[in-house]
Design a protein around this ligand. Structure first.
Ligand SMILES: Cc1cc2nc3c(=O)[nH]c(=O)nc-3n(C[C@H](O)[C@H](O)[C@H](O)COP(=O)(O)OP(=O)(O)OC[C@H]3O[C@@H](n4cnc5c(N)ncnc54)[C@H](O)[C@@H]3O)c2cc1C
Length: 456
C-alpha cells in the first residue's frame, strides 16, 4: 500500500476509460494506489466497444484480436477471463476478379498454394524472401508494441513502394494494399513502410481470438473492478509548481468546473485530446500531437437472416480493382458464437478514407442503403437476407504514419519525461491497435509506480 503524508493510499487519476486507461488503472490499483478513472462518455472501452441491437453484438471500432497480443492475453489471464475467450478461424479471404481466395494467417502452406497469386508473383516473393525475413526479424526485435522507433530505418519509402520492390506488384495490389487499408483506413501509398513491417511482423503467422460477448467485454470486466466516473470531461491536467502533485480540472455534463489534487495522472486519451488538456506540453510536443492523422471512420453493419454457409473466413479483403471504397467485409458471426443470434449472420463493412469523408454527413439510412447495394453487387442475393442495419461513426478512428514521420514520433516519445507525475498512454505512441494501447497504458502505470515509489 502506498501511503501519503496523512496516512491514506496515494490517489492517482487516469483520464480516459479506453483500453489504455483501464489497463493503466488496473496495474496501478494492483500496486496499491487509490485510482480514479475519469471518462467523458457513459460507457467504457472507447474504441474497443461493443453495441447490442436486436440480439446482434457489434464491435463498432476494433474487431480483430491477434494471438500475438501478448500483453492483452497476459492481462486476460490475470483477471481470470481466459475461459471466456476462444480461437477464431484464422482464415481470411482475398477477392480477386470476383473469386474469394481463403488463406490462414498462420499457414505458410496456404500462401504457397493459393490461387490468389500467379506463379510469377510467387517466384518474386521467393526470390526476395531473404530480404523480407531479414526486415521482419528486424521489426519483430526492434519495434516494441508501444514504441515504433526501432522501425525508423524503413521510413524512407511508403508501404506500396516497399511491397512493390520486395514482393512485386501483384502482392502489393492484391494483398498489401487492402491489408493496409483495413489496418489504417487509407491506401498503402500514404503509409510509411515502417507501419507495414510493424503490422506484418506482429500479425503474420498468428491466429485470432474472440469472445461471444463482443470485444467490449474486456473493458467492461476491467471497469467492474475499478472506480470509474462516467460523464466526466477532463479539461486540464497540470503538474503543480512544486512538482509534488497533479491538479486536475474536470466537468460533469452541464455542471461547473471542479478541481482535484492527485499524486500522479495517466493521460490515456487520443492525441488531439491529450494536446488540448495538458497545457505544460511544449509547443513541439503539441505540434506533433496535432499532426497525428485524425480521420473519420464509418462502419455499417448488416444483420442477415441466415449466416452465409459457404463463407468460413472472418473477413474478406478487397483491392481497389474489386471495389473502389470497400476494403474489408468482416464476417463477424465467424469470430465467435453469440455475436449474431443463432443461425444468423452479421457483416461489418469497412471503407476507405475518401468514402468515409464523403459520407460523414450522410444519414444512417443513406449509408445503410448504399452499403446494401454495394454488398448486393459483390454477393448477388445477399440483400434479401438483411434483417437489421446499424451505422457507427468514429472520430478519431485509425491513424497511420505518413512516410518520413517516424523520426518525429521517436523525438516526441523521447521528449516525454519518464520522471513526470503526468504520464501518457495511447495508440498514437505506435500504431492503432488495442494491444498497443493496452501495453502503453501498462508502461505508463509502471513509470508512475516507479516515480511515486521513489518518493517514499
Ligand atoms: C475503425 C477502427 C477499427 C479498428 N480495428 C482494430 C482491430 O481490429 N484490432 C485492434 O487491435 N485495434 C483496432 N483498432 C484500434 C483500437 O481500437 C485503438 O487503437 C484502441 O482501442 C485505442 O485505445 P485507447 O485507450 O488508446 O483510446 P480510446 O479507445 O480512444 O479511449 C480514449 C478514451 O478517452 C475518453 N476521453 C477522451 N477525451 C477525454 C476527456 N477530455 N476527459 C475524459 N475522457 C476523455 C474517450 O471517451 C475514450 O473512452 C481499430 C480502431 C478503429 C477506429
Amino acid at each position: 500500500m502506498h501511503i501519503d503524508t496523512q496516512g491514506n493510499p496515494e490517489r492517482v487519476a487516469v483520464v480516459g476509460g479506453g483500453i489504455a486507461g483501464l489497463a493503466a488503472a488496473y496495474r496501478l490499483k494492483s500496486a496499491g494506489y487509490r485510482v480514479t478513472v475519469l471518462e467523458k462518455e457513459e460507457h467504457v472501452g472507447g474504441r474497443m466497444h461493443t453495441v447490442e441491437r436486436d440480439g446482434y453484438l457489434m464491435d463498432v471500432c476494433a474487431t480483430h484480436l491477434s494471438d500475438n497480443y501478448t500483453h492483452m492475453k497476459e492481462l486476460i489471464d490475470t483477471i481470470g477471463l481466459s475461459l471466456e475467450y476462444r480461437q477464431s478461424s484464422a482464415e481470411v479471404g482475398y477477392m480477386r476478379e470476383g473469386t474469394v481466395h481463403r488463406l490462414r494467417l498462420n499457414s505458410t502452406w496456404d500462401f504457397i498454394r493459393t490461387g490468389l497469386l500467379t506463379p510469377a508473383a510467387k517466384l518474386t516473393i521467393l526470390r526476395n524472401l531473404g530480404i523480407l525475413i531479414r526486415d521482419l526479424r528486424h521489426s519483430g526485435k526492434r519495434a516494441r508494441w508501444y514504441d515504433l522507433s526501432g522501425n525508423v530505418k524503413f521510413d524512407t519509402e511508403n508501404s506500396q513502394q516497399y511491397a512493390r520492390r520486395v514482393l512485386g506488384p501483384e502482392v502489393a495490389d492484391h494483398i498489401i494494399d487492402p491489408f493496409m487499408a483495413a489496418q489504417c483506413g487509407i491506401g498503402s501509398e500514404h503509409v510509411s513502410a515502417a507501419d507495414l513491417l510493424f503490422a506484418m511482423s506482429k500479425y503474420l503467422g498468428a491466429g485470432l481470438f474472440a469472445t461471444g460477448r463482443g470485444i467490449g467485454f474486456l473493458a467492461q470486466s476491467l471497469a467492474g473492478q475499478l472506480d470509474v466516473r462516467h460523464g466526466v470531461q477532463v479539461l486540464e491536467v497540470r503538474e503543480s509548481a512544486a512538482r509534488d502533485s497533479v491538479e486536475l480540472t474536470s466537468r460533469r455534463s452541464g455542471g461547473p468546473a471542479e478541481r482535484d489534487l492527485f499524486s500522479a495522472c495517466v493521460v490515456a486519451v487520443p492525441s488531439r485530446a491529450a494536446s488540448e488538456i495538458v497545457p505544460d506540453l511544449t509547443d513541439p510536443q503539441k505540434e506533433y500531437l496535432a499532426s497525428v492523422p485524425s480521420e473519420p471512420h464509418i462502419r455499417a453493419f448488416l444483420g442477415l437472416q441466415h449466416a452465409p454457409q459457404h463463407e468460413t473466413a472472418t473477413g474478406i479483403m478487397l483491392s481497389r480493382r474489386e471495389h473502389p471504397s470497400i476494403c474489408l467485409i468482416s464476417f463477424e458471426h465467424n469470430k465467435a458464437p453469440g455475436l449474431a443470434p443463432e443461425g444468423k449472420g452479421l457483416l461489418g463493412i469497412y471503407r476507405r478514407l475518401e468514402w468515409n469523408r464523403q459520407y460523414w454527413e450522410a444519414s444512417d439510412e443513406e449509408i445503410a442503403k448504399q452499403t446494401a447495394l454495394d454488398i448486393e453487387s459483390l454477393f448477388p442475393g445477399m440483400c434479401r437476407e438483411i434483417d437489421m442495419t446499424y451505422v457507427h461513426r468514429s472520430l478519431p478512428s485509425l491513424s497511420w504514419h505518413p512516410p518520413g514521420t517516424i523520426a518525429q514520433l521517436s523525438k516526441f516519445s523521447e521528449s516525454l519525461s519518464p520522471a513526470s507525475r503526468v504520464q501518457f498512454a495511447g495508440d498514437y505512441l505506435a500504431v492503432s491497435s488495442t494491444n498497443v494501447s493496452l501495453a502503453s497504458g501498462e508502461a505508463a502505470a509502471a513509470r508512475v509506480i516507479e516515480n511515486l515509489g521513489g518518493l517514499h
